[in-house]
Design a binder for this molecule. Structure first.
Ligand SMILES: [Zn+2]
Length: 448
């Protein structure tokens, strides 16, 4: 009987009679091998742990190795930190392989600043309607007068509410230095992680990025935020098209302070009709009067009447967040791919021919299966000496390739084609007779 290469498991062939002993032999052998592996792993972990214990805190390198500079979290052993990294990698792989294809609208409500009266204002309405909200809290003032306590936050988290960072102390983004802001991020993130309230999902910008007067600082803050959080949520109004700009997610402000459904209906309808993601910003800690209960309930009822889900940021992100995010829309250099397959890419449609390529470069200088478009300045224009825009199509078969030339400030179009050796002469499309024999078998009809 054949056996496997490494462990000699038995491999009965079609001609062998089925022997229950062979099956049992294989099962026992596998069981024993797996136990060996498990024991070896345990031994390895113990060895690592012992190394740490033996080294204690006397070895600076080991102490540094157990600390994550990003989360600020210190692990008891190298092994535990490696487990944490493993699980983050597994999450990333799962995201990249996400098969979600949700196509409807979604509403998310994020209540800012973590006021204690969230419990009296929003929570009864949310609970009565079976929905959950996200809360943006300032971790450094948790439990101070008028703010939610750590116990309340833990209760909300347990009940399915979503806790997001709103920095540690609600700094003024116009004033704070990037170094101090980074410290706000580190401290806030550590508080959320240490108390099992949240992770690196999202930072809600205090007063919003749109409050910044310095455009470069907004870009710098987005870049810094990317290092610590998967999303940055802004106060700029409107409804999010997908994919979102990961570090400038739009949010429509709505205080529910004596505002009727009609004030926000337009945004809800847009999210519903255009299948977009509406994130509503509320401040239930301030400006909340008795009529808000009726108004907020009406808004919830209206959204429910459309059968549009109201989800926390964390839940919604799993349906319409990004699986890939690079760069930033403000710098016009980005790639975003959302979980529902939508894609934004600053490179699409801007296929540039290398600057060394002249107007008359051969077809082989162009990328296959691309349409390359470039500006031709007057001194590069060997045809009309006027300049213009030239588009070159190169397919898989070079004989199908052609170029179009649109002279500067003219409505004329000229065309030339690749002969196999060189370009034909430019011809004015308006007076070019169409009479050509297709060079591919099966397509040899005369086109006139
Ligand atoms: Zn705030």
């Amino acid at each position: 009987m054949k056996t496997t290469i490494n462990y000699n498991f038995k491999k009965p062939e079609a001609t062998d009679t089925v022997n229950i002993d062979d099956l049992n032999y294989n099962a026992d052998a596998i069981d024993s091998k797996m136990k060996d592996i498990e024991t070896n792993n345990k031994n390895l972990n113990n060895t690592f742990d012992e190394l740490i214990i033996n080294a204690g805190n006397s070895n600076a390198e080991i102490v540094a190795g157990r600390l994550s500079n990003i989360t600020g979290k210190t692990f008891d052993t190298f092994g535990h930190r490696a487990d944490d990294v493993d699980s983050q990698l597994a999450d990333t792989i799962e995201q990249m392989q996400c098969k979600t294809n949700y196509t409807g609208g979604i509403v998310t409500i994020i209540d800012d600043d973590g006021y204690a009266n969230f419990f009296d204002h929003w929570k009864p309405i949310a609970d009565a309607n079976g929905i959950k909200l996200s809360l943006a809290i300032n971790t450094g003032i948790t439990g101070t007068q008028g703010r939610l306590t750590l116990e309340q936050l833990k209760q909300l988290k347990t009940e399915g509410y979503d806790i997001l960072s709103h920095c540690n102390t609600h700094p003024d983004l116009n004033v704070i230095s990037l170094a101090d802001l980074e410290n706000e991020y580190i401290v806030s993130k550590k508080y959320l992680t240490d108390n099992d309230l949240g992770d690196d999902l999202a930072l809600v910008y205090p007063s919003g990025l749109s409050s910044l007067t310095d455009a470069q600082k907004a870009i710098d803050i987005k870049t810094l935020t990317r290092k610590y959080w998967k999303y940055g949520i802004d106060n700029i109004g409107g409804v999010n098209s997908l994919p979102v700009d990961s570090h400038e997610v739009a949010r429509q402000s709505y205080g529910f302070d004596n505002i009727s459904v009609s004030d926000i209906k337009g945004f809800i309808d847009k999210a519903y009709n255009e299948k977009k993601w509406l994130i509503i910003l509320t401040h239930s800690g301030v400006n909340w009067v008795d009529s808000n209960v009726t108004n907020a309930t009406s808004v919830i009822n209206y959204i429910k009447s459309l059968n549009m889900p109201i989800l926390t940021f964390r839940q919604a992100e799993l349906l319409v967040g990004n699986v890939f995010s690079q760069g930033d829309k403000r710098t016009q250099n980005y790639n975003f791919v959302s979980r529902n397959g939508a894609c934004y890419n600053s490179g699409f449609g801007r296929i540039n021919v290398p600057s060394t390529t002249s107007m008359d470069s051969p077809i082989t200088d162009y990328d296959k299966n691309k349409i390359s478009t470039r500006l031709i300045y007057d001194n590069q224009d060997t045809f009309l000496h006027a300049g213009g825009v030239m588009s070159v199509f190169r397919g898989n078969e070079d004989l199908f390739s052609y170029a179009l030339f649109y002279p500067y400030q003219s409505s004329k179009t000229y065309k030339r084609y690749w002969t196999g050796l060189s370009w034909s002469a430019w011809a004015d499309m308006a007076d070019t007779p169409l009479s050509v024999t297709m060079p591919v078998s099966g397509m040899d009809a005369l086109i006139t």
